[in-house]
Design a protein around this ligand. Structure first.
Ligand SMILES: [Zn+2]
Length: 298
């Protein structure tokens, strides 16, 4: 009886160890690597086998997300749209030593988009609107550089609303013929009142009502990965709230500077606005496309 108990205990211990070890061994789903301005560079940093320290990485002075996949450490680096193509380097600290890890950024020509806006008040801002917009832009900039260390960050996103992927990331926009800042997000074509969900688990970093972005929710997924959901009609979450993947954040709308109802969804990585499509697994994207087809048939 004693031996049986001892055996049982050993089995239980092994099971417990196995359960504990699984999250450590789990393979993170890396985003698609795209070494272009507005893209994400996935840079291998060496073995992540037991005993190997997790490296710390910086781009400029900004900390960069590090994750493991198939026993390798990777830096997942957000590349700003205005980054100069050519050779760049990360600062990598492993086991007390700091070294430079070079990587290359290739040029990319994003397509142009010309928009005609009849409401000139949204193109030519009054002094008061301009002052408000500038204040908000610097507040948003600070939010985008927020860093919350987290054990793990889910890098496989769901599309936050059911609709066709419309205005793509990086479009070089012209409003009434005048060049504007490029489109730093992805538009999902949805009617007002469509549920908008968290693309992955995280913590609500901020909610606000902004001149350009309208009612907006910021979700911090940890380690410098932040998503923004803009032009909402209604917000259903509060600052500091933990949200799970797919949890309702609010309803879509057309608040702020929007030509019509849609969801503007942005992804920020180490302070850089990057292409959200790089975080959507191929399977998830095809579901969004099928949904749109079904809607058209109805
Ligand atoms: Zn947009």
């Amino acid at each position: 009886m004693r031996t049986l108990n001892a055996t049982m205990l050993r089995i239980c211990l092994r099971l417990a160890l196995f359960v504990l070890a699984v999250p450590l061994l789990a393979h993170a789903s890396l985003p698609s690597s795209s070494n272009v301005p507005g893209g994400v560079a996935v840079v291998a940093l060496g073995s992540a086998l037991t005993g190997a320290d997790k490296p710390q990485t910086w781009l400029g002075g900004q900390p960069v997300l590090v994750t493991s996949d198939h026993d390798e450490w990777y830096a997942v680096v957000g590349l700003p749209l205005d980054m100069t193509p050519g050779s760049h380097e990360l600062s990598v600290k492993i086991g007390g030593e700091t070294k430079a890890q070079p990587f290359v950024v290739n040029p990319k020509d994003y397509p142009e988009q010309h928009v005609t806006l009849k409401d000139k008040s949204k193109v030519e801002l009054s002094a008061a609107d301009l002052a408000r917009a500038e204040r908000e832009i610097s507040a948003i900039k600070e939010l985008k550089h927020h860093w919350r260390p987290a054990q793990d960050t889910d890098l496989a996103f769901i599309v936050p609303a059911e609709g066709k992927l419309a205005g793509r990331f990086g479009l070089r926009r012209f409003f009434n013929g005048e060049p504007r800042s490029p489109h730093a997000g992805l538009d999902v074509a949805v009617a007002s009142g469509t549920p908008v969900k968290a693309s992955a688990k995280g913590q609500v970093l901020a909610v606000g009502d902004y001149f350009f972005n309208g009612k907006t929710v910021f979700v911090d997924h940890g380690n410098g990965l932040i998503t923004m959901y803009c032009h909402l009609e209604r917000i259903d979450v509060r600052i500091g709230e933990m949200v799970s993947k797919g949890q309702l954040l609010g309803l879509s709308g057309k608040t702020g500077r929007a030509t019509g109802p849609h969801l503007h969804w942005s992804v920020v990585l180490n302070g850089a606005m990057v292409d959200p499509e790089l975080f959507i697994p191929a399977k998830e994207k095809s579901i969004a496309a099928v949904d749109e087809q079904e809607r058209r048939v109805k």
